[in-house]
Design a protein around this ligand. Structure first.
Ligand code: NDP
Length: 281
C-alpha cells in the first residue's frame, strides 16, 4: 500500500492515540515514589510502559503499596499491560546509576524513556548559604540528573534506541524571588536546562532526544515542607499566576506522555513550561 493510501485508510483518532502508546517500552523515573515523579510514572504505566521508579533506599511505604495494587488493575491491550517496579538507588552515585540501568536492560532488554526527576529544595540566604548544603543540593539536582541521563543514554546508544530523556527543571531556572532564598535551587534548575540543550546537541545524531519540563508551583511534599515554614506564601504563590492556584502533580501527566512518546519525535533541546501562566502574569 502506498503512503497516500495508507494515510487515507488510517483512522485519524487511532493514529493520534497511538502516539501516546508505550506498550513494549521501558522507562526509568527517578524520584518516582511520590509527588511529580509518581504521577509521571503512573501515566507512563497506564499507556503500557514498564516503569522503574527509583528513589533513595527505604522501605516501600503504604502509598507505594496502594500504587502497586492500582497498577495491577491496569487494563491489558493485546495481552500486554504496563507495570510499575520499585527500585532503590541514589542518583548522586554515578557508578550505581550506570549499573542500575544496565541491570534494567539485562532484565527487560531495553530502555526507551528516562525521566531524571529526583530533586531536593533547601533555602538559605545567599550570603550565608553553607558550603556543604550548597554542594549537596547541586549534587542531587545537577550531578544526579547528569548521572541518570548518562546511564540511560549510554544504553540507548549501545542498543541503537532512539530514546527520550526528560529532565524535570523548574520555572525557578529562569526566575527568582526575593522572599525564597533559593539561590542554590534556582542555580541548579538553570543548569539542568542548559544540560539538556547540550546533551540534545550531542545525542541528536543518534536519534536520542533530551528535553526539560519546567513546572511552576506544584503542591507536593516538597512545597508542603517549604510552606510549613512560610505559610503566608501559599496565597502569594497562588496569586502569581492567572489560574490563581498551585498546580497538582497529575497536571504534568500529559506533557511527560507527549515527550516520552512518538508524538514529539521532532522535539529536542526544548523546555516545556507548565506553570499556570506564571510568566504571563
Ligand atoms: P518530592 O520531594 O515530593 O519528591 C522528590 C523525590 O526525589 C522524592 O521521592 C525523593 O526521595 C527523591 N530523591 C531525593 N534525593 C534523591 C536521591 N539522591 N536519589 C534518588 N531519589 C532522590 O518533590 P516533587 O515531586 O515536588 O519534585 C520532583 C521534581 O520536580 C524535583 O526535581 C523538583 O525540583 C521539581 N519541581 C518541583 C516543583 C514543585 O512545585 N513541587 C516545581 C518545579 C520543579 P525521598 O522521598 O527518599 O526523599
Amino acid at each position: 500500500m502506498g503512503v497516500a493510501a495508507a494515510l487515507a485508510s488510517a483512522s485519524p483518532i487511532r493514529t493520534a492515540l497511538s502516539q501516546f502508546s508505550l506498550f513494549d517500552r521501558v522507562a526509568l523515573v527517578t524520584g518516582g515514589h511520590r509527588g511529580i515523579g509518581l504521577e509521571m510514572a503512573l501515566a507512563l504505566a497506564e499507556v503500557g510502559a514498564i516503569v522503574y521508579c527509583l528513589d533513595l533506599p527505604s522501605k516501600p511505604d503504604q502509598d507505594w503499596l496502594k500504587v502497586q495494587s492500582y497498577a495491577a488493575q491496569l487494563p491489558a491491550v493485546d495481552g500486554k499491560k504496563g507495570r510499575l517496579e520499585y527500585i532503590a538507588g541514589d542518583v548522586t552515585d554515578q557508578s550505581e546509576m550506570w549499573s542500575i540501568v544496565e541491570g534494567i536492560v539485562k532484565k527487560e532488554g531495553r530502555i526507551d524513556v528516562c525521566v531524571a526527576n529526583a530533586g531536593i529544595l533547601r533555602g538559605a540566604e545567599c550570603l550565608e548559604y553553607p558550603a556543604d548544603e550548597f554542594r549537596k543540593l547541586i549534587d542531587v539536582n545537577v550531578n544526579g540528573v547528569l548521572f541518570t541521563a548518562q546511564a540511560a543514554g549510554r544504553q540507548m546508544e549501545r542498543l541503537g534506541i532512539k530514546g527520550s530523556i526528560i529532565m524535570t527543571a523548574s520555572m525557578s531556572g529562569s526566575i527568582a524571588n526575593q522572599n525564597q532564598h533559593w539561590v542554590a535551587y534556582n542555580t541548579s534548575k538553570s543548569a539542568v536546562k542548559q544540560m539538556a540543550r547540550s546533551m540534545a546537541c550531542e545525542l541528536g545524531v543518534k536519534g536520542i532526544r533530551v528535553n526539560t519540563i519546567s513546572p511552576g508551583y506544584i503542591y507536593t511534599q516538597m512545597t508542603r515542607d517549604f510552606l510549613d515554614t512560610k505559610s503566608h506564601l501559599m496565597a502569594e504563590w497562588s496569586a502569581q499566576n492567572p489560574l490563581g492556584r498551585l498546580g497538582r502533580p497529575d497536571e504534568l501527566r500529559g506533557v511527560v506522555l507527549w515527550l516520552a512518546g512518538d508524538g514529539s519525535t521532532f522535539c529536542t533541546g526544548s523546555d516545556i513550561i507548565v506553570d499556570g501562566g506564571h510568566r504571563a502574569w
